[in-house]
Design a protein around this ligand. Structure first.
Ligand code: MG
Ligand code: MG
Length: 260
């Protein structure tokens, strides 16, 4: 059994502040995601919102070991068959696009990380709506399972049950993570049951990011030539929802929730 770090109440306050910046940024960006707008323009908006709040964009310049280049923006912007890690570029949004928006911010050295999938333009068709709804429900189920005494296996099982019930597949090899002083901390938070997940028991004070990525097709993916964007091989659409969550004695607290 591996223990996740316990955050003090002061540290949780700092993570609430970071989470609020991320939530406010996502709210501004989703409102601006209309046909004709370039992905790069959405990223500029995000950088402005984050910096005006006194925070820093955590994705900008981020370079994991597998990446050929540092990331070029504050947002991962992933349209349609791109699931995650899409780079902000000159592509213009089109009516009917399904856009996943992932945002991370650092406030006072603490991280928040959250993602939403939005439909661009007129009402989504039934397939898109089902995919978005199932992914958001899967996230909700995972969050609800993140209580003291549960393990990451309980979280993964809850996420997976919703995905299966709606007939969607996961993006393999991808999932959530611990979060705090670093955006990506151990342990891996899987979206499907794994043997390792049972080794991680949750306690009040732990903080994790839960992030189902669901797909309407086979789940096979490839990395595009830019070295970042992860695209579904069959070209079918994907959705991604994520929240940063604190485990508390009063139940899970979503640190990246949009204020009412
Ligand atoms: Mg994220
Ligand atoms: Mg994340």
């Amino acid at each position: 059994m591996t223990a996740l770090p316990l955050r003090t109440s002061t540290e949780l306050d700092a993570m609430r502040a970071a989470g609020r910046v991320v939530a406010d940024t996502l709210q501004a960006v989703r409102a601006a995601a209309v046909p004709g707008v370039r992905l790069r323009e959405l990223d500029e908006l995000a950088q402005t919102v984050i910096r005006d709040a006194g925070a820093l964009p955590s994705f900008l310049g981020y370079r994991p070991v597998w990446a050929p280049t540092p990331f070029n923006g504050a947002l991962c912007l992933s349209p349609n068959e791109i699931v995650v890690h899409g780079r902000p570029n000159g592509r213009r949004l089109r009516d009917g696009d399904l856009l996943s928006i992932d945002c991370g911010a650092i406030a006072d050295g603490w991280h928040g990380d959250s993602a939403v999938t939005v439909h661009v333009g007129a009402d989504p068709d039934d397939d898109d709506l089902r995919l978005m709804t199932a992914t958001e429900l899967a996230l909700g189920a995972g969050i609800a399972a993140a209580v003291p005494g549960a393990t990451l296996l309980d979280v993964a099982t809850a996420v997976d049950a919703v995905a299966r019930a709606h007939g969607f597949t996961h993006l393999p090899d991808h999932g959530g993570h611990g979060i705090g002083r670093e955006m990506h901390e151990a342990p891996f938070v899987p979206n499907e049951p794994t043997r390792d997940a049972a080794r991680h028991r949750l306690h009040a004070g732990n903080t994790i990011a839960i992030e189902p990525m669901l797909h309407a097709g086979t789940g096979r993916y490839r990395t595009k030539k830019d070295g970042w964007s992860i695209a579904m091989v069959d070209g079918k659409r994907a959705a991604h929802f994520e929240h940063t969550v604190a485990i508390t004695d009063d139940g899970p607290e979503v640190l990246t929730a949009t204020s009412p």
